[in-house]
Design a protein around this ligand. Structure first.
Ligand code: FE2
Length: 668
């Protein structure tokens, strides 16, 4: 007789318990055990132990089968199992990661923890389980296209119709719901909901904006300094969208700034010299060119596609020196300058900040993190079984992404959604902008070091997004390199992995709509190629999302700094703007309230937040990957300490890429 000591771990989740009988069967290379009753009750965080006796050795254990009978003592009895450990002898211990809800009465197979590529999986029960798992998964996780020209997404009838594994925890659901409801009640009390009036003065906006109560010192600072040129420039580096700015040596042909317009501080320099010295930067919102403004409350809204020229001063601050609000130069499209009247210059900057809102929310945030992260997640779930090393590596970076995106499609971007009611770039324009931006998205622009090099931004001063981001990119890259090189010993192994190849084929086809211009790999041929792509996936889902998501309230809560829409056309000549013009141009009270509430909700971390590098679900059970995870975490902790220390000297602390504040996945 051979005895197998079995320990079943019920997970640490609300309602993880079960009071129905659970059966287990062990399957090895030499045979299988009887289906054995494990327990009638399984309690959250508890271990259930049992011994399974077999006539002879089962050989190497390949998988376990679990089934939970439903006797409906209580109407719904879902059980969350985290793992099962089976001990044959002191030296022979097998761990089976589960981390799944089991709710039906079906039999579910779970593979032993050692990661196996398809050609390593030689046992017949293993191969059969692999095949069945992928049949079930590709049935559950299907591609859908929400709108022509957008990346494909998960097919779902609604945010709560997704498979269990893809749903928010109860904690997250309650906390998000609470923040949304309290925000709504506050706006009702402040009289903002359904109030289409314009603001009478900026002080009235300040009365409903309470960053101190919310303990957001950056938002408070932005409210006080939003009109200052240095903060306007600073936000292109460290605000919510650090991916637009570039250093230039030649002015674009459609932005005819001449030397006589610009007065440099020391008066000894001129534009050509400053361009040559590398002190001139450009932000070009050409993605928004030709996009019609939305209609809100029956009124046309205005969305510009500005060009902004910035100068790096001797004190290393970056300040705007010229703004043209439309792409095509002409008499009705003046070049605004800091020497213009206060309100002319302020209004020009407000039009830029409103374009920044659209570019940030639709392209940098929604498309380049949320929608692409969902493509990476769906392709992973459709193509790679749990036992595959890449599944184990990437599945923590898919947590909650599908549900937050289904919610966003319903409430944020769809018809009658928040953006359709409050953004100049809302409605059909939103889809046009995303479609255009996706067709221009390149693989290089998603890989931070390449993106920074292509924009010649390596030497930009006070560029904390890059300072912290390059370290994060390198640490993620080292970690991924360790894992991939452990499992792929040659390029030939990469080429032979048919599951890996369909994973990237789907990303190319459904994510980038087979656009060869994007440079996205259509297959993997070498180990370094695979390492780079996986680094980009993890960076996009964690760090990049944090960089463009976490500062939404800091920089966008104070509406005049990030107006989601503008009610008046841009000035076609100078000298006419007044304070009244500014107030008539800014959004109405209801739009302001909606923006404050939404940015507050989307900037919040919920208490079940999992920081980058933390893997509470132990997908990997082997020593090497677990050791690599430890080293990764240590590097991230050291980086976090350095960022905290550096931030004490900054006027505005840059915290978005502090690894302790970066979530593993796109989860909000
Ligand atoms: Fe987000």
């Amino acid at each position: 007789m051979v005895n197998y000591q079995v320990v079943i771990y019920t997970g640490n989740r609300v309602f993880a318990n079960s009071i129905n009988p659970v059966y287990i069967k062990l399957v090895g290379t030499e045979g299988e055990s009887c289906r054995t009753l494990a327990s009638f009750t399984l309690i959250s965080c508890w271990k259930t132990t049992l011994t399974i006796c077999c006539q002879k050795s089962l050989g190497q254990l390949v998988l376990i089968e679990l089934d939970k009978q439903n006797y409906y003592i209580i109407p719904k009895d879902d059980w969350f199992a985290s793992k099962v450990v089976v001990k044959c002898s002191e030296k022979e211990v097998y761990t089976f990661p589960i981390y799944s809800w089991i709710s039906d009465g079906e039999t579910h197979a779970f593979r032993e923890g050692k990661a196996l590529k398809i050609f390593d999986d030689t046992s017949s029960p293993g191969l059969e389980a692999r095949k069945q798992e992928m049949i079930r998964r590709s049935d559950k996780y299907n591609w859908d296209q929400y709108h022509d020209g957008l990346p494909y997404c998960i097919k779902s009838k609604g945010p709560f119709n997704l498979p269990w594994k893809a749903l928010f925890s109860l904690t997250k659901l309650i906390e998000l719901g609470f923040t949304a409801v309290t925000g709504y009640i506050q706006r009702c009390i402040q009289g903002l909901n359904d109030n289409h009036d314009n603001w009478k003065n900026l002080g009235a906006i300040a009365d409903v904006f309470n960053p101190k109560e919310k303990e957001t010192p950056v938002a408070d600072f932005v409210q006080q300094h939003w009109e200052e040129d240095w903060l306007f420039g600073y936000q292109f580096l460290n605000g919510t969208n650090p991916n637009l700015i570039q250093r230039i040596k030649i002015l674009p042909a459609n932005f005819p700034v001449t030397d006589d317009l610009i007065c440099f501080p020391n008066k000894k320099s001129n534009l050509d010299q400053e361009l040559e010295l590398g002190n001139i930067y450009l932000c070009d919102f050409k993605n928004l060119d030709g996009m019609p403004g939305n209609i809100i409350n029956g009124k046309p809204q205005y969305l510009m596609a500005p060009l902004v020229l910035l100068h790096k001063r001797p004190d290393d601050t970056l300040v705007p020196i010229a703004i043209q609000l439309k792409q095509k130069p002409g008499e009705d499209n003046p070049i605004f300058l800091p020497t213009d009247s206060h309100h002319d210059w302020l209004l020009a900057k407000i039009f830029v900040r409103s374009a920044y809102f659209a570019e940030h929310q639709l392209i940098a945030h929604l498309l380049r993190t949320h929608l692409l992260a969902e493509v990476f997640a769906v392709s992973l779930l459709r193509n790679l079984p749990m036992v595959h090393p890449l599944y184990k590596l990437l599945v923590p970076h898919t947590r909650y992404t599908m549900q937050i995106n289904v919610l966003a499609r319903g409430g944020l971007i769809g018809p009658k959604s928040i953006l359709s009611r409050s953004a100049a770039a809302g409605g059909e324009t939103l889809f046009k902008i995303i479609k255009g931006a996706l067709s221009e998205t390149t693989y290089r622009s998603l890989c931070l070091p390449d993106s920074i090099a292509d924009r010649d931004m390596q030497q930009a001063p006070n560029f904390y997004y890059w300072e912290d981001g390059k370290k994060l990119w390198d640490y993620i890259n080292e970690f991924v390199e360790g894992i991939i090189q452990h499992y792929y010993k040659s390029d030939e192994e990469v080429q032979r992995d048919t599951e890996l190849q369909t994973y990237i084929e789907d990303i190319f086809e459904f994510g980038f709509l087979s656009n060869t211009k994007s440079g996205i790999p259509q297959s993997f041929t070498t180990v370094p190629e695979l390492i780079k792509f996986v680094t980009m996936v993890i960076f996009t889902c964690s760090a990049q999302h944090a960089a463009v998501n976490s500062g939404q309230y800091d920089y966008g809560g104070w509406m005049p700094n990030a107006p989601s829409t503008l009610q008046q056309p841009p000035p076609s000549d100078k000298g006419k703007a007044t304070e009244k013009t500014v107030l008539q141009t800014l959004p109405t009270k209801d739009v302001t309230g909606q923006g404050m509430g939404t940015t507050w909700l989307l900037s919040r971390r919920t208490s079940d937040f999992v920081p980058l590098g933390h893997y509470p679900e132990e997908q990997f059970t082997e020593d090497c990957p677990r050791q690599l995870q430890k080293v990764f975490r240590t590097s991230l902790d050291e980086l976090s300490a350095k960022i905290v220390s550096r931030n004490t000297d900054l006027k505005i602390p840059y915290t978005y890429l502090d690894p302790k504040k970066v979530e593993n996945s796109v989860a909000i």
